[in-house]
Design a protein around this ligand. Structure first.
Ligand code: NAD
Length: 331
């Protein structure tokens, strides 16, 4: 089986190659994202292996089928850039890695909370400038504060446990709470309660039609003044111009982001020699109470190892016709 690995970075190559010693799969690592412009590269491959910002829309799906590709193997959990109907129409099953290290993402969300609250990013710069003053660095105790988790799945449950460890009151909104979520002992609440009662809100729901811009001017206006918002899920959950307005008037007191709606044109690449063209993103980077990381919440050794193993297993099961053993995305 010939596999074209798109959006490939040295760390992908390292982990996939070391997991591929005895499989007989032929992996070709390609740096470009999979898009309508690059889909021609898939000619002669049986499988495409894709990451979060690769785009498989109607045109790409049709071209993949024409080029003989038989499977889309996502090496991530999310698949919001994959048109599942188009893939089904072009006979392209879509596999994914539903869980690699929920703890990695939850721990990163917790890191953003602690960094923002205690102004670690500002202290880091001050110390390097020989400035040991404390003005502007005051934080607040997490103990006793109300933390809301929107989306109590695998990652949500992990951060619920972490924040309970700090002695927080942890509440959660999930329209389909699982048994595992209930077992965490979290207080299940309505979205209205999330907005009204929380000191910190952390988003862990998928990006679907009902969650698109779930953080908007209307929901922001229902929150406590000075609320801390954390998004390690998907950029499209937040209406960025609305949050910039809320940061300017103090309605939002802290913002921690690992994802951004227009990240496909920015994240995972080094543009340090170029002028930043995205004015909305540029404005976000000017706030002292905003910390942004470039979609790195998943990025731990353990997670990359798990991603490589599950991705290759999906492909090997597909090769043997064992579709029931694959982590397939249901259409
Ligand atoms: P999951 O499928 O285990 O959990 C998602 C939960 O969201 C489910 O419990 C579901 O019932 C709930 N949900 C569905 N619709 C909702 C709604 N309208 N409002 C609130 N909750 C809703 O997923 P997970 O593994 O916990 O991952 C959550 C998200 O994290 C993924 O969708 C992905 O976008 C994101 N993610 C980000 C990174 C990163 O590196 N930043 C890595 C992995 C996943």
């Amino acid at each position: 089986m010939k596999v074209a690995v798109f959006s490939s970075k040295p760390y992908d190559e390292e982990h996939l190659t070391s997991a591929n010693t005895e499989t007989g799969l032929e992996l070709t690592f390609l740096e470009p994202q999979l898009t309508a412009q690059t889909v021609a590269l898939t000619k002669g491959f049986d499988i495409v292996c894709c990451f979060v910002n690769d785009v498989i829309d109607t045109a790409v799906a049709a071209q993949l089928q024409e080029n003989g590709v038989k499977l889309v193997a996502m090496r991530c959990a999310g698949f919001n850039n994959v048109d599942l109907d188009a893939c089904a129409k072009h006979n392209l099953p879509v596999a994914r890695v539903p869980e690699y290290s929920p703890n990695a993402v939850a721990e990163h969300a917790a890191a953003l909370i602690l960094d923002l609250n205690r102004n670690i990013h500002r202290a880091f710069s001050r110390i390097r400038e020989n400035d040991y003053s404390l003005s502007g660095l005051m934080g607040f105790d997490l103990y006793g504060k109300t933390v809301a988790i929107v989306g109590g799945g695998r990652i949500g449950q992990s951060i619920i446990r972490i924040m309970k460890g700090f002695g927080c009151r942890v509440i959660c909104f999930d329209p389909m709470p699982s048994e595992a979520l209930v077992e965490t002992g979290v207080e299940l609440v309505s979205l209205e309660q999330v907005w009204a009662e929380s000191d910190i809100i952390s988003l862990h729901c998928p990006l679907v039609r009902s969650t698109y811009h779930i953080i908007n001017s209307n929901t922001l206006s229902q929150m406590k003044k000075g609320v801390m918002l954390i998004n390690t899920s998907r950029g499209g959950l937040i209406d960025t111009p609305a949050i910039i307005k809320a940061l300017k008037n103090g309605q939002v007191g802290y913002l921690g982001l690992d994802v951004y709606e227009e990240e496909a044109n920015l994240f995972f690449e080094n543009y340090s020699n170029q002028v930043l063209q995205d004015d909305i993103f540029a404005r976000l980077t000017t706030f002292k109470n905003v910390v942004i990381t470039g979609h790195q919440a998943f990025f731990t050794h353990e997670a990359l190892q798990a991603i490589a193993e599950v991705t290759l297993n999906n492909i090997l099961h597909f090769d043997k016709g064992e579709l029931d053993k694959m982590c397939l995305v249901k259409t």
